[in-house]
Design a binder for this molecule. Structure first.
Ligand code: SAM
Length: 366
């Protein structure tokens, strides 16, 4: 029973005091504990980190999202002031590439103020380094609720998958919460609450309700999605969510731990490895639509990026490439972003958009 991570002692203390903890509480502690949480202590992104994301693979990703934001702004009637909000901006790479791409539209550049929603002090410092050369107003917020009101264009790449997930297991005709306790050998282990979750079944889509035993169903708190929907419906604008996940709510466990580009046991060394779970795009859209915004998609990342013109952009970059290595990098970045094979993100990642009802369909979702 090795206590390899400092956070593990705190988790054990809580389980001993209060009994097994919900998976969502465990995930929230692992990622966001103020002292030992994974995102509080490190920059996990990049080839030498734990994982790599689309903006870190190629500048084309952020550039196209910049053009998407500018097109939405035009669709909104080119307002004098627009808030650009990014949820979980990582190293700031996406926004840096996006804002460079929209330099050709001075009206948009002059209208925007940038708001970054970030919990990690390490990544926030990195975002400051990446973005401080830009001649615009940037502010940081701990939550979307803290961003001042007003029309907004909101972008979230690999953000929702980092929000805590809860588990329920169907047993004996009822749905029981899956929790994390301490087993007979003294190790952290999954366990199941004896009593079923009251009225849980009524909240489930019919296909999930009828699932065979012992199916696992994952769900997230809707609070961030609802806030996003409320803002768009009340103040105007649109949002873009890009993530890996499933189009329709379904049973199955997707909680996964990744460290140094390899899968790990989610219950080992809490706080030192990344924990994520697939996004249920149906549930996400449901929460946002309930607040009065329209939802579009999800569509596959490959389709979205191709509709925005990634192949043309790749050809233009290659024409200007100064070395064979640079040209090869452009090809491999393109293949990674839109490829549908085992190493490609094109089909695994989905893109959904949400908009004020007056806006109509957002670019790429026609
Ligand atoms: C997987 S990284 C993605 C980073 C970036 N969007 C990219 O594509 O490279 C998740 C990001 O969300 C941030 N994050 C995680 N949970 C958060 C929360 N509850 N509130 C705000 N930011 C959060 C992380 O610190 C990190 O910046």
């Amino acid at each position: 029973m090795a206590e390899s991570a400092p956070l593990e002692a705190e988790i054990r203390r809580r389980i001993t005091a209060a009994g097994p903890m919900p998976v969502g509480e465990y995930m929230a502690l692992c990622l966001g504990d103020p002292t030992h949480g994974y995102y509080m202590t490190r920059d996990p992104l990049g080839a030498r980190g734990d994982f790599i994301t689309a903006p870190e693979i190629s500048q084309m990703f952020g550039e196209l999202i910049g053009l998407w934001m500018a097109a939405v702004w035009k669709q909104m009637g080119a307002p004098d002031r627009i808030r650009i909000v990014e949820l979980g901006p990582g190293r700031g790479t996406l926004m840096s590439d996006a804002l460079r791409a929209v330099q050709v539209m001075p009206g948009f550049r002059d209208a925007l103020t940038l708001h970054l929603v970030e919990i990690s002090p390490v990544l926030r410092a990195q975002q400051e380094r990446t973005l401080n050369a830009l001649p615009l107003s940037v502010s940081w917020h701990a939550a979307l609720e803290e961003v001042p009101k007003g029309p907004a264009i909101i972008v979230a790449n690999e953000f929702f998958d980092a929000l805590p997930i809860n588990h329920a297991v169907k047993i004996d005709g009822g749905w029981h919460e899956r929790r994390i306790g301490i087993d007979a050998n003294g190790n952290l282990a999954f366990t199941v609450a004896r009593e079923p979750l009251p009225h849980f079944e009524r909240l489930l889509p019919p296909a999930v309700r009828e699932a065979p035993e012992p199916s696992i169903f994952e769900w997230r708190a809707d609070s961030v999605a609802m806030e996003l929907g409320r803002r768009i419906a009340n103040d105007g604008g649109a949002a873009l969510a890009i993530d890996y996940g499933h189009v329709e709510s379904a049973t199955g466990e997707t909680l996964q731990a990744v460290g140094q580009h390899a899968y790990a046991n989610p219950l080992t060394a809490p706080g030192t490895i990344d924990l994520t779970a697939h996004v249920d795009f149906q549930a996400l859209a449901h929460a946002i639509e309930a607040m009065g915004a329209n939802a579009f998609g999800p569509i596959e990342q490959a389709d979205f990026l191709c509709r925005l013109g990634i192949e043309t952009r790749a050809a233009a970059l290659k024409a200007k490439a100064t070395s064979r290595t640079a040209a090869t990098d452009i090809d491999s970045g393109l293949a990674r972003l839109i490829g549908r094979g085992r190493t490609g993100m094109g089909a695994l990642f989905k893109v959904a958009s949400f908009a004020h009802p007056s806006l109509g369909v957002t670019p790429g979702f026609e």
